[in-house]
Design a protein around this ligand. Structure first.
Ligand code: ZN
Length: 480
C-alpha cells in the first residue's frame, strides 16, 4: 500500500510548503518602527500581522512575505505604540445625557485611547451595556472596564452611588456589584465613615476584587495600603503621606477641624522629601498604585489664569455635559487671592511628587478624571494633556507611556491580553508620525489607530471627530 500513497503525500507536502509563505491574516502593517515600552528600544523596519482582532506576529519586515493580508498598510515613517489606556474616566450627568455620554466613545478612539477604566458615575446601567456591546463588536468604542456604581455612605454628595450605613449593607452592595460583573470596586468617602471604608477594603480583599478609592483624610495612607487598597485616586493623599505631620492632620480631619483643602495646605507646609520617599516605598512594597489625575487638578487650580471658554475642544462636548462644568468653576470663583495661591501651591507640590513616586517604585496609572463635572478635562485629548503633565513634572516620556499602557493593563490583570504590541495580544495600536520618546507631544500626532484589528486611518479618525462635532452642534442649536 505504501507506494500508492507516496505521490499524493509528496504533492501535499509541496502544496503546504508553497503556502507556508502565505498565512492568511486580516491586516498587515509593514515598515513601521515599534516603540518597545518595556525598555524604550526602537525596532525599525518591523511589521505587525493581525487576525481575528489579535496580533499574530510582530517581526522584522524581511519576514512579512509569509503573510497574505486582506488589508496591507505601508506604515513608513510611523512609530507604533500600544493603544493608550485612560485609567480614570467618568460617564454621568443623568439619564438625559446618555446620548452625550455615548458620544464620548468616539472621542477616545480618535485620540488613540483604546481602553478606559470608568471610575463610576450615575449611568452605570448604560456603561455596563456599552461595555458588553463594545466587547461583542456591536458598538465602536474603547474597551471599557468599569466599577459600576461606587460605594459611599448615606447622603453621598455624588449621584448614582450604592450608599451603605453598616457592614450588612456593605456586603449586600458587594453582592450586587459582583452580580454586575464589575471590573473593580470604587469607594469614595464624602459620607462613608472611616470604619466602613476600611471594612470595604477588607471585603474587597476577601472577594479578590480590586479596590480603588478616595481615601478618608482621617486615615493614614499606610494603614489603608496595609488594609488592601489597590489604587489611590488623585495626588492629594500622596501629598499628605509626605508630611511629617500626617498623624496630626489625620486626627484633626477626624475631628472635623480641617477641610480637605486645609489639610492639603498643612501637608504642603510640612512636606518632607525623606518622609515622602519612605512612605511611598511602603506603598510600592504593598503594591498600592496611584492614579494622579493631574490635568483636571491643573485646570481647576489655574482657572484664575485660564477660564478655557475659548477651547476648541468645547465643540466636541455636548451642552448638557458642559453645563456640569459649572460646579467646579463656581466653587473656584469664590476663592480669594490667598485661596488661589494655595490652590496653585498644592497643585505644584502634588505634581512634583511624581518622580518621587516613580523612584520609590509605586505603580503610576495614567488617568484623567475626564467626563462630567470635571471642567475642561476633556475625554480623549485629556489623556495627552495628562501625559504632558507627567513629563513636565519629571517622568521620562517612556515612564509616562508605560503608565498609560503596560502598567494599566497589569493593574487590571490583563497584561497577558493587552497593553502591549506582541503576538497574542489584542490588536490595539496607535501609529504616530513622530517618536514619542523624544517628545511626549508626539502622542498627539496620530497617523492611525488600530482598534481591535480595525485600521482607522487619519481620514477615518477625522470623520469620527467631525461626526461628534456635528452632533454637538445640532444639540446646541436645537436641531436634534
Ligand atoms: Zn474621578
Amino acid at each position: 500500500m505504501k507506494p500508492r500513497f507516496a505521490l499524493p503525500c509528496l504533492l501535499l507536502l509541496l502544496v503546504s510548503c508553497a503556502h507556508r509563505e502565505a498565512v492568511p491574516v486580516d491586516l498587515l502593517v509593514e515598515n513601521i518602527t515599534i516603540v518597545d515600552l518595556h525598555d524604550g528600544r526602537l525596532l525599525d523596519h518591523h511589521h505587525v500581522a493581525v487576525r481575528d482582532q489579535r496580533i499574530v506576529a510582530v517581526a522584522d519586515d524581511r519576514e512579512a512575505a509569509r503573510f497574505r493580508a486582506t488589508r496591507t498598510i505601508d506604515g513608513k515613517g510611523t512609530y507604533a505604540i500600544p493603544g493608550l489606556w485612560d485609567m480614570h474616566v467618568h460617564f454621568g450627568g443623568g439619564e438625559a445625557l446618555v446620548d452625550e455620554n455615548r458620544d464620548l466613545l468616539p472621542l477616545y478612539v480618535a485620540h488613540g485611547v483604546t481602553t478606559v477604566r470608568d471610575a463610576a458615575g450615575d449611568l452605570s446601567t448604560q456603561v455596563l451595556q456599552w461595555r458588553e456591546q463594545i466587547r461583542k463588536g456591536e458598538l465602536q468604542g474603547p474597551t471599557i472596564y468599569t466599577s459600576g456604581p461606587k460605594i459611599e455612605g448615606k447622603g453621598s454628595i455624588w449621584p448614582g452611588d450604592l450608599e451603605v450605613a453598616n457592614e450588612t449593607e456593605l456586603r449586600a452592595a458587594f453582592d450586587q456589584l459582583e452580580a454586575m460583573h464589575v471590573d473593580f470596586i470604587k469607594i469614595t468617602d464624602s459620607a462613608l465613615s472611616p470604619q466602613l471604608f476600611k471594612a470595604a477594603l477588607a471585603e474587597g480583599e476577601r472577594r479578590g476584587m480590586k479596590t480603588s478609592a478616595h481615601v478618608p483624610m482621617s486615615l493614614m495612607l499606610d494603614d489603608v495600603s496595609a488594609a488592601g487598597l489597590d489604587s489611590i485616586e488623585h495626588m492629594g493623599y500622596a501629598l499628605k503621606a509626605g508630611s511629617t505631620r500626617e498623624r496630626e492632620i489625620a486626627d484633626a480631619s477626624a475631628m472635623g477641624k480641617l477641610s480637605y483643602r486645609d489639610a492639603l495646605v498643612q501637608a504642603a507646609d510640612s512636606f518632607d522629601h525623606d518622609t515622602a520617599l519612605a512612605a511611598y516605598r511602603k506603598l510600592a512594597a504593598r503594591g498600592t498604585a496611584i492614579t494622579p489625575t493631574l490635568y483636571g487638578s491643573r485646570v481647576t487650580a489655574y482657572l484664575d489664569q485660564d477660564d478655557h471658554h475659548d477651547d476648541d475642544y468645547l465643540h466636541y462636548i455636548g451642552p448638557g455635559l458642559k453645563a456640569t462644568y459649572a460646579w467646579r468653576v463656581e466653587r473656584a470663583a469664590k476663592d480669594d487671592a490667598d485661596a488661589i495661591a494655595a490652590r496653585h501651591r498644592v497643585y505644584e507640590m502634588s505634581a512634583a511628587l511624581l518622580p518621587l513616586l516613580q523612584e520609590a517604585g509605586v505603580t503610576i496609572l495614567a488617568g484623567t478624571d475626564a467626563g462630567f463635572l470635571n471642567s475642561f478635562d476633556y475625554p480623549g485629548i485629556g489623556l495627552h494633556d495628562e501625559l504632558r503633565e507627567y513629563v513636565r513634572y519629571g517622568l521620562t516620556p517612556l515612564q509616562a507611556l508605560q503608565s498609560a499602557t503596560l502598567r494599566s493593563a497589569a493593574f487590571l490583570g490583563h497584561e497577558g491580553d493587552s497593553g502591549d504590541i506582541a503576538a497574542g495580544k489584542v490588536a490595539d495600536i496607535v501609529l504616530l508620525d513622530r517618536n514619542p520618546l523624544q517628545d511626549i507631544g508626539a502622542t498627539r500626532a496620530i497617523h492611525a489607530v488600530v482598534l481591535k484589528g480595525d485600521y482607522l486611518d487619519r481620514a477615518a479618525l477625522d470623520a469620527l471627530l467631525a461626526n461628534v462635532r456635528a452632533r454637538v452642534h445640532a444639540r446646541e442649536t436645537g436641531t436634534r
